[in-house]
Design a protein around this ligand. Structure first.
Ligand code: PGA
Length: 251
């Protein structure tokens, strides 16, 4: 039985006091469950405070990005050891906003995934097609290519620490969710591909989250699909009640 993993990607929202308020609200509203793992991914500046506030809960902490380098003259970048030193366990890599706005390539994302895995951080590896790609019928090819390139050289053992997040770009922040069936179809393709690239056992273990306008009112139906193992939530994770309701839907 795979656990449901619900992660909140705060993006560039909330200053430190906003972060404190949101985390207190989540703690007051979610119901811990053995079947669900909750993760919050605030901006870098709030990570240390978030880690303090999450002590004694089963909510884990993640970052939204990380450098592929260990350290040195890389102005504005944040390294794996910095993330670990403030209590991060997860890191979102390859989000479509990083790919499209900051031109992150599959090759760079692959380097970051390797760096995270080598240094003990668990990547939440994002993939997904654009509206144009979906409309021209190449969704499965696009996501398969992203999976192959992103996981190139990753061993089956290391894969156990990777979460894949399927996020159709046209569904992110638009209010348009993929239908549960559309999402399930792509999730099944991804799981089958992991079976081909690794093994049936790897395919049955890997967590594949769906992301793109997940809200309390659609979470349960999405999470009920056979191959949907959780959610990567943007907009709806910025309100404590709605993020807690999505976590609770995972039970
Ligand atoms: P959204 O964002 O829930 O606001 O669509 C999801 C994401 O980008 O991870």
């Amino acid at each position: 039985m795979r656990k449901k993993v619900i992660a909140g990607n705060w993006k560039m929202n909330n200053d430190l006091s906003g972060a404190v308020e949101l985390i207190s609200g989540i703690k007051g509203n979610y119901e811990p469950s053995e079947n669900v793992k909750a993760i919050i991914c605030p901006p870098f500046i709030s990570l240390e405070t978030a880690a303090e506030l999450l002590k004694g809960t089963d909510i884990s902490l993640g970052a939204q990005n990380m450098s592929e380098e260990d350290g040195g003259a890389f102005t504005g970048e944040i390294s794996h050891s910095m993330l670990k030193s403030v209590g991060c366990e997860y890191v979102i890599l390859g989000h479509s906003e990083r790919r499209t706005i900051y031109n992150e390539s599959d090759e760079l994302i692959n380097k970051k995934i390797h760096k995270a895995l080598e240094t003990g951080l668990k990547p939440i590896f994002c993939i997904g097609e654009s509206l144009e790609q979906r409309e021209s019928g190449v969704t499965n090819d696009v996501v398969s290519e992203q999976v192959k390139k992103g996981l190139d050289g990753v061993s089956e053992e290391a894969l156990e620490n990777v979460i894949i997040a399927y996020e159709p770009i046209w569904a992110i922040g638009t209010g348009k969710t993929a239908s549960p069936q559309q999402a399930q179809d792509v999730h099944e393709t991804i799981r089958n591909l992991i079976g081909e690239l690794y093994s049936d056992s790897a395919a049955s273990k890997i967590i594949i989250q769906y992301g793109g306008s997940v809200k309390p009112d659609n979470a349960l139906e999405l999470l009920s699909q056979k191959d949907i193992d959780g959610a990567l939530v943007g907009g709806a994770c910025l309100k404590a009640e709605s993020f807690a309701a999505i976590i609770n839907a995972g039970k």
